[in-house]
Unconditional design. Structure first.
Ligand code: SF4
Length: 380
């Protein structure tokens, strides 16, 4: 069986036409999938039962993700969901909420996973340490976003941004990642503006070039973590033959192709890559690039790395700022709920998450109130 959430609107049009149904049936299907977020074909009461049977006979179904755990940070700004997909695999999805600049309503960002586990093996990452299980399909990425959209709709809010920064390397699952982006941004499907989506990569250069040629306006974030090859290969062992210079060149090509400057993610590890000397080297590397750097004091993980003190973090930031590099220390959110990628899943697997709120296998989609506003593009 194939999930209907996998189909792009033009593919739903083709399915409807193939079944000899009028074109407006496609609109009804898309409305039920993305606005009502029905969990089964039986809930599409506007559709004739014979048509629903036809859809099933063609091999299509709705396979909603099931929420098995939900945890919220003390300040309520971060919510982490552990979702079970149709084959039983467990996936993490995180909602992060921030006050938007200029007094506008707050930003609700969903961090989605694109793989179960990850093969990239970053030494400070819980997901990297659990190894690779399988790629997620586009519809499984959609299911994560819709799970969060459902949660937000109950508060009269909606998803404003999506970052592909959860478990896995999105560009190592290229075709499904791009299909998910197209589903999320098609105005007849989820309908989020392309500029409200960011894809994060550890630095797969060929895939970055491929993404640059897609004619998309999505943001790109490269996980750099070190300004030189020796240090980077210690932290990202699979970086292999891809040098820091290769990444800089790929970032430049992405900017020229899309007009969008690349953001660099930099996990700060206490005593490893957080010295003022390393900051100065990073500043020299990025000078003139116009890029933004996100400094991320690392969450404690099974890798045994420590988080730098506030003073060390601010000193690192100061060196970059004094050199004219745009830079922000990412606000730490949800450390107490294992918000680093892969931690909730690892905790659950190890039976360590006694503080998690257990949910009795609740389908995260189903008949429900329509979102107060559809997930439309919000200008920042
Ligand atoms: S940091 Fe990202 S790319 Fe690296 S192992 Fe973790 S999930 Fe994979």
């Amino acid at each position: 069986m194939t999930s209907l959430l996998r189909l792009l609107p033009h593919e739903i049009d083709a399915l409807v036409a193939r079944m000899g149904q009028p074109a407006y049936r496609a609109r009804q299907l898309l409305h039920g999938l993305y606005r009502e977020q029905y969990a089964s074909l039986g809930e599409f009461t506007t559709l004739p039962a014979t048509f629903c049977s036809q859809i099933q006979d063609e091999g299509y179904e709705l396979a909603p993700a099931v929420e098995v755990r939900r945890v919220m940070s003390d300040d309520g700004a971060t919510t982490k969901l552990l979702l079970r997909m149709a084959d039983g695999i467990l996936i993490e999805t995180v909602l992060m909420q921030y006050a938007a600049a200029g007094g506008r309503s707050r930003r609700s960002t969903v961090c989605v996973s694109t793989q179960a586990g990850c093969a990239m093996g970053c030494v400070f990452c819980a997901t990297g340490q659990m190894g690779f299980e399988r790629n997620l399909r586009a519809e499984e990425v959609l299911a994560q976003v819709l799970a969060v959209q459902h949660l937000l709709a109950q508060r009269g809010e909606h998803v404003t941004n999506i970052v592909f920064m959860g478990m896995g390397e999105p560009l190592a699952n290229y075709a499904e990642t791009i299909r998910a982006v197209r589903l999320l941004t098609d105005v007849r499907a989820f309908g989020l503006g392309q500029r409200h989506i960011t894809i994060s990569t550890v630095g797969l250069v060929h895939a970055i070039d491929r993404l640059a040629a897609e004619q998309l306006q999505v943001g790109l974030a490269i996980s750099l973590h070190a300004p030189n090859d020796e240090l980077r290969q210690r932290l990202v062992p699979t970086a292999g033959p891809t040098s820091v210079a290769d990444l800089m060149a790929a970032a430049k090509r992405y900017f020229h192709a899309t007009g969008r400057r690349v953001t660099f993610e930099y996990a700060l590890l206490d005593g490893v890559n957080d010295t003022p000397e390393v900051a100065a080297e990073l500043a020299r590397l990025l000078r003139g690039s116009g890029s933004h750097v996100n400094l991320i004091p690392v969450n404690p993980t099974a890798g045994g790395f420590g988080r730098p003190s506030r003073t060390r973090t601010l000193t690192f930031e100061r060196v970059l700022l004094d050199a004219g590099i745009n830079c922000t220390v990412r606000v730490e959110k949800g450390t107490e709920i294992s918000a680093a990628c892969g931690q909730l899943r690892t905790d659950a697997a190890n039976g360590l998450a006694a503080d998690l709120i257990p949910l009795a296998s609740v389908p995260v989609r189903g008949r429900r109130q329509s979102p107060a506003a559809p997930a439309q593009s919000q200008s920042r």
